[in-house]
Design a protein around this ligand. Sequence first.
Ligand code: 5GP
Ligand code: ZN
Length: 112
Amino acid sequence: MSDCLFCKIIAGEIPTTKVYEDDKCLAFLDIAPMAPTHFLVIPKQHFASAAEVTEENEALIGHIYTVIAKLAKEQGFADGYRVVTNVGELAGQTVHHIHFHVLSGKQLGSFN
Ligand code: 5GP
Ligand code: ZN
């Protein structure tokens, strides 16, 4: 989608610090980190949120969790981390291209 911030990041039009990339997904540091480790993992295929997960794209979501588990082991935070995906503005979603926040490196608080 031409007007999507994260599609622009995938296209290389907006610079980021890449953590991981393959043919299906990209991981990059969040510009406003909420924890010592805070990166986002996004599929290269655009869809708005987890509310649009279907049988057609469920394998992609599984792949993203596999990538996150590998990165956690490689980067040494597999003992404790949080994966968050916000769905809709009421949940705080500001970029409408599905993304998974990965947070670690400090004691994380409870949800509210
Ligand atoms: P949301 O609030 O939609 O769940 O998360 C969007 C995230 O994208 C936020 O944590 C925000 O800091 C991050 N973000 C927004 N714009 C940019 C950007 O241009 N570059 C990077 N690296 N992160 C961004
Ligand atoms: Zn997009």
